[in-house]
Design a protein around this ligand. Sequence first.
Ligand SMILES: Cc1cc2nc3c(=O)[nH]c(=O)nc-3n(C[C@H](O)[C@H](O)[C@H](O)COP(=O)(O)O)c2cc1C
Length: 452
Amino acid sequence: MGKREEQMHLGAFIYYSGHHHAGWRHPDSGVEQMFDVELYKKLAQTAEQGKFDMIFFADLLYVQQVEYAASGMLDPLTLLSALSMVTDRIGLTGTVSTTYNEPFNVARKFASLDFISGGRAGWNIVTSQLDIEAHNYGKPEHPEHGLRYQMASEFVDAVTTLWDTWEDGALVLDRENGRFADGSKVKPADFNGQFYATKGPLNVPRPPQGYPVLIQAGSSEPGQHFAAQYGEVIFTAQQSIQAAQHFYEEVNEKLEFSGRQKGSLKIMPGLSPIIGVTEEEAQQKYKELQDLIPPATAVMVLSGFLNYDLSGYPVDGPLPNDIPDPVAASNGMKSRVMLFMDMAYQEQLSILELGRKILSTRGHMQFVGTPEQLADLMEEWFEARACDGFNIMPPVLPGDLDDFVNLVIPVLQKRGLFREEYTGTTLREHLGLSRPEIGHFKQNQQASVEVN
Ligand SMILES: Cc1cc2nc3c(=O)[nH]c(=O)nc-3n(C[C@H](O)[C@H](O)[C@H](O)COP(=O)(O)O)c2cc1C
């Protein structure tokens, strides 16, 4: 396998005032500005200065345990609209749940963001995770995992059908003859599915990118199928280069099976870097952060993850081996529960260590070391086709994003692994993705029937 011709893609994943559970307590965090747009303005501009493909905001539809953990987040789309005014090139991506929205709302909001930002919008399509999210929408419980993905597929069909209701060039804007639009180029959606229906047309014309970039986050079987059908970027949590290579191959096989072109789905695992001028300095910072996580919180979170109360067991002891199958019991993040169980047994972690590990990166890869070592790891993964890039998850914000941009990006650029300048203006151009034609997914579905 030769050296790759393309360069890697990078996302700046923003979460509270840092990804590490105790990151907000660190003296360098911007926690005082968590609900102040100035913090996010600085983060977006820093990421743009680093030539990141995109900035990404997660979204959770609940708050819980506000007392001891950083909690609450601004609505991603509102925030991204504000950030579009203080940035020029960087992609603006955010999570919106298919389980607790209507296709018409989502189609309209992302089309609007795409116009406002000049073609820089991207939608991280998630199905949400918990019953407490369902309760905020007047629903008794969160729908079952497989059903959620079925609903999500139909949801995306409805949204893309709405984006297709205006052909390019439908706006005529002929003042003289009083003709605003060519009515023959604006059609109803007439979408009638099992879960969603929408008449259309949308009340916003076709977005500049055709469709804002479609991102999928989740790695279970139904998640991978969903990504192979609709995703243009997939965010995933992978712990080792071997596991990531396996995932990369599996997803690419599914992509081909769905009749899609190789390279039309960018695979980006999360990577949380703790960087020091020396390895010792980085290790010291990691330890400092881990020690800030209260043991009781570690046990509580681990119990929640495994659906099993661990509070009666010694924190420094191993996981009991009679826990009922936690993967089967999980209706949330199945792939992540599996990953933690493997980690616990392979690394022989105590309950406290496993709980703190979950809280440090929530299952994403943790790196601790120097900028050169980090660039080595990223190069190795990229060249081994374990990924197409990374979603960078700074443990403490804003300081750790500054460090990544100032200390790591120049090394990647010097090695020819990452762009020195933006060459395009839209997120699709940064990612090397083509602009979808009208009826794009309908064509894909036809192709996949033929392949089958
Ligand atoms: C990088 C990344 C970001 C995610 N962001 C969100 C998010 O913002 N909101 C959310 O509810 N779930 C988020 N998820 C969780 C997934 O959408 C999904 O619920 C979870 O991975 C379970 O899916 P799976 O069982 O297919 O893996 C994220 C996952 C990853 C890997």
